[in-house]
Write a protein that binds this ligand. Structure first.
Ligand code: HEM
Length: 418
């Protein structure tokens, strides 16, 4: 059989098995399957009651705040097996590739994770990002002017996606950005975090990877000749100093680009849909737009863009009262932690004036804590306060549909009237 057909057949069997497990009531399979995936919160409640749940896939899942927080901060859990081989990069197509693909630092353990993260970190420090506030404000105003001039607009396509795409592209130093094309790549690479499930998706993933690699390789050459004040120029300097390889640089740029907008776009979208369902909270924000930063934190607790992550035991471990041998995968249900009544009072109530009992895990915790958190917070704060100043009410034209992904929770579109 041709390699592509063989991959297609394997993916079809996997899809059938997942649906079968979901029909039989397996919570992890339900999180990955329509229609259950669109409302994960009752599934999370069931998982929390288990403490540690063993799925029919063989993976363990933790969903309480305390267990998730403990595992994320525990250095005996990594993101790859101890030999470094598994799992393969999430954004790698299972189809044969002409070019090499390596894991991003999000998918690597120390020491490579430590080295690569340290090279990217200075560009995203809170002080560096604060200098960027005016640029974000101007971009926000321009996009909102254009969107609202239409009368009816799609909050996602006209505002929530283009804003972080413009900001992260500018920070990285990518000129002449094709917003539509980047948004499409973001959807393809974001969906791959669930694992590739169809041949069509595998092909789209391969095409996006090839295209982004070519883009970053050509930008590396340009910035080497004429360095600028951008992240790629800084990383090219590290490349020339022998601190990372060219493939590591390309992969790091891909991570920064996609993580830099896919999540923030969904934070703004999830936030506005949540406000549409809680008009009294929108009134609160309108009365005092300085509540926007608290509102951002509340959306990250209540309806977070990243719902799941995974860790791998690097030693025989005991979680709760369950023994898990080394090199086994544990799913960490970040999206469940904000709804855990053991961590927050009234966790299913959306309240932007709440003083939370603890920090949410929307940006994860431990050594992989989101590098872009200061940027995401600033962009979402500016976006929500600008929307609150301009929109008397969140008037949604029709009930939106969630994207058919599990790790990333976000809307396909949010048609609104200005
Ligand atoms: C609302 C927006 C965002 C959310 C909810 C979010 C969430 C997360 C989460 C949950 C992780 C860790 C996953 C894990 O522990 O396995 C992470 C890591 C990361 N995020 Fe974000 N993120 C957001 C925005 C951004 C932005 C704007 C950037 C810009 C560069 C960014 C860059 C990264 C990077 C580079 C990592 C990998 C960190 C590491 O492995 O050390 N993120 N993010």
């Amino acid at each position: 059989m041709l390699p592509e057909l063989r991959v297609g057949a394997r993916l079809a069997v996997q899809r059938l098995a997942t649906r079968g497990f979901a029909l039989a009531g397996d919570p992890l399979a339900r999180l990955a399957t329509a229609p259950w995936r669109y409302d994960p919160y009752p599934i999370y409640a069931g998982l929390r009651a288990h403490g540690v749940h063993r799925s029919r896939f063989g993976f363990h899942t933790v969903a309480t705040y305390d267990l998730c927080s403990r595992i994320l901060r525990d250095r005996t859990f990594g993101v790859r097996t101890r030999d470094g081989l598994e799992p393969p990069p999430a954004t790698q197509s299972p189809l044969p590739m002409a070019t090499a693909v390596i894991p991003t630092f999000l998918e690597q353990d120390p020491p490579d994770h430590t080295r690569l993260r340290a090279l990217a970190r200075p560009a995203f420090s809170p002080r560096k990002i604060e200098n960027y506030r005016e640029v974000v404000r101007k971009t926000t105003s321009r996009l909102l002017d254009d969107a609202m001039a239409k009368g009816t607009f799609d909050l996602i396509a006209d505002f929530a996606a283009p804003l972080p795409i413009a900001v992260i592209s500018d920070l990285l130093g990518i000129p002449d950005v094709d917003t539509e094309r980047f948004a499409r790549y973001g959807r393809v690479l974001g969906a791959s975090l669930d694992g590739t499930t169809t041949l069509r998706q595998a092909r789209a993933l391969r095409a996006a990877t090839v295209d982004l690699q070519a883009l970053f390789r050509s930008l590396i050459a340009v910035r080497r000749a004429t360095p600028g004040d951008d992240v790629i120029s800084a990383l090219v300097h590290s490349l020339d100093a022998g601190e990372l390889t060219e493939l590591e640089l390309v992969t790091t740029c891909e991570l920064l680009l996609i993580a830099g907008f896919e999540t923030t776009a969904n934070l703004i979208g999830n936030g506005m849909w949540t406000f549409a369902q809680h008009p009294e909270q929108w009134e609160l924000l309108r009365a005092d737009p300085s509540m926007a930063l608290g509102a951002v934190e509340e959306v990250l607790r209540y309806e977070s863009p990243i719902q799941l992550t995974q860790r791998i035991t690097h030693a025989d471990s005991v979680i709760g009262d369950v023994e898990i041998p080394a090199d086994r995968m544990v799913i960490v249900a970040l999206g469940s932690t904000g709804r855990d009544p053991g961590a927050y009072s009234d966790p299913d109530t959306f309240d932007i004036s709440r003083t939370p009992e603890r920090d949410h895990l929307g940006f994860s915790s431990g050594i992989h804590y989101c590098l872009g958190a200061p940027l995401a917070r600033m962009e979402a704060e500016i976006a929500l306060s600008a929307l609150a100043e301009r929109l008397p009410a969140v008037r949604v034209l029709r009930r939106p549909r969630w994207r058919s992904t599990t790790v990333i929770r976000g809307l396909r579109s949010l048609p609104m009237r200005s």
